[in-house]
Design a protein around this ligand. Structure first.
Ligand SMILES: [Fe+2]
Length: 451
């Protein structure tokens, strides 16, 4: 399957060609799109009879009275209630939800993992999800989970939605297609996808095996951070987020729909594809975003600013300025600060930091934090550059210097993150990570002027 081939039987709305083919640009826009001409009612949401015999249905991502409400009107072959029969519980033992505090696991520690290897075949988006950490409580809709996905196989006649969470997907290897109720999203490394809570989809492998990272957000939706004094430009720009045009399939095939609800998985058997939305309009939609369009800003004279200047998206917690999750990107950029220790300084934070490496070398850890790998620096746990990074940065000639070939990210949350048993015992944990600070020397001997 190539990038532009549609799944068999899928009908997609005509759209722009070129860079926007198949997508509509603009974060938070009120989009409208139809895969068949005239399928979208104009001037009203709920006509007495919809064209083509479609059913009108609203998907609400916020309370009706939220400001602004986020909701999407869909016009579909069957109402969603026809894609929902009796439920049975199933077990997906590697996909965990908070609270998940294992008494045999120590989460207090500086942890780093090598890439989780592709050890198995036959893994889908559901069976290939491996939870690394959980934070908060899925039942009260606060906190998050971090996962690694290892996907080798497409979901066939199988669909999924999470009532618990919005998923932020960060591919590291391979290409995936999210066939959603609202249209198709293809993602590859250096791109991300955001799949809203409640949206039904299946995941196809375009080019595998696929590995990547997922932040499962139990709380309020991700939004773009305010830029404050930075103004109206730089960081992520709204036009670079792209929602899909409408696409539907009219497929009468026995299918399975799996639902994640309050941390448990449920299955229901249905007789057709639920991806039957012919037209939709609204502002509750999935997106993709190309991380190469992120425009970093930084210090242009001296010192090292807080990493919050690299925030791509933030999910609020209800406490102003204190995110449930920040998604932060460390990418290629120029370093020009004078008389400055340029890497991240040593620090201890109330926020907990889960990092992943998409490609290249991270400046605070030249060795050991490898593409596909992860690290965790938990709440109020000290960390910082290893000895090599410290010595190099302390003694470097400070001209303009390009940090090249680097793309890492952080899922930062206000809540402590608990390791799963998989993260502690099955994933390739680097037992010697803590040793990276061992050789840091005491330099102080009371001599004034010593550096
Ligand atoms: Fe940190």
């Amino acid at each position: 399957m190539t990038r532009h081939d549609l799944p068999q039987g899928m009908v997609r709305a005509p759209s722009h060609t070129g860079p926007h083919e198949g997508y509509m640009p603009g974060w938070g826009n009120d989009f409208e799109t139809e895969a068949l001409p005239g399928a979208l009612p104009q001037g009203m949401n709920s006509p007495q009879k919809c064209d083509y015999g479609l059913y009108g249905e609203q998907l609400s991502g916020t309370a009706f009275t939220a400001n602004p409400p986020e909701r999407t009107w869909t016009y579909r072959i069957r109402p969603s209630v026809k894609h929902s029969a009796r439920y049975t519980k199933i077990d997906l033992p590697y996909w965990k939800s908070a609270p998940c505090v294992d008494p045999d696991v120590i989460s207090l520690g500086q942890y780093r993992w090598n890439p989780v290897p592709h050890a198995e075949t036959g893994l889908t988006w559901l069976t290939g999800m491996r939870t690394m950490t959980t934070a908060g409580d899925v039942n009260t809709q606060v906190g998050m989970a971090s996962h690694i996905y290892l996907v080798t196989d497409s979901m066939e006649d199988a669909y999924f939605y999470s009532a618990d969470s919005e998923l932020l997907v960060v591919p590291q290897e391979g290409r995936l297609r999210f066939c959603t109720e609202l249209g198709l999203i293809d993602v590859e490394p250096k791109e991300i996808a955001i799949i809203p809570r409640g949206l039904v989809y299946r995941v196809e492998v375009l080019d595998g095996p696929c590995r990547g990272f997922v932040c499962e957000n139990y709380g309020q939706k991700f939004e773009m951070p305010g830029r404050g004094p930075i103004g109206a430009n730089c960081m992520a720009n709204p036009r670079d987020f792209k929602a899909p045009v409408a696409a539907f399939e009219d497929r009468e095939t026995p299918s399975t729909l799996t639902i994640k609800w309050c941390g448990q998985f449920h299955e229901t058997q249905i007789a057709q594809s639920p991806l039957d939305v012919v037209a939709w309009h609204g502002n509750y939609a999935p997106y993709k975003y190309d991380l190469r369009t992120y425009c970093p800003v930084g210090a242009i004279l001296f010192d090292h600013p807080d990493p919050s200047i690299f925030t791509v998206l933030t999910a609020p917690s209800g406490v102003p300025g204190t995110a449930n999750i920040d998604f932060v990107l460390f990418r290629e950029r120029w370093m020009v600060a004078e008389n400055t220790f340029r890497p991240p300084w040593y620090h201890k934070n109330i926020m907990s930091e889960l990092m992943g490496n998409i490609y290249g070398q991270y400046d605070a850890k030249p060795q050991g934090f490898v593409p596909g790998g992860m690290s965790l620096h938990n709440m109020m746990l000290p960390h910082g550059p290893d000895r090599d990074a410290f010595e190099k940065a302390s003694n470097a000639n400070l001209g303009p210097d390009k940090l090249d070939n680097t793309m890492s990210f952080m899922f930062e949350t206000r809540f402590p993150q608990h390791l799963t048993r998989f993260a502690a015992q099955e994933a390739p944990l680097q037992d010697d990570y803590i040793d990276c600070w061992d050789s840091l020397e005491k330099k102080f001997d009371g001599t004034p002027g010593r550096k």
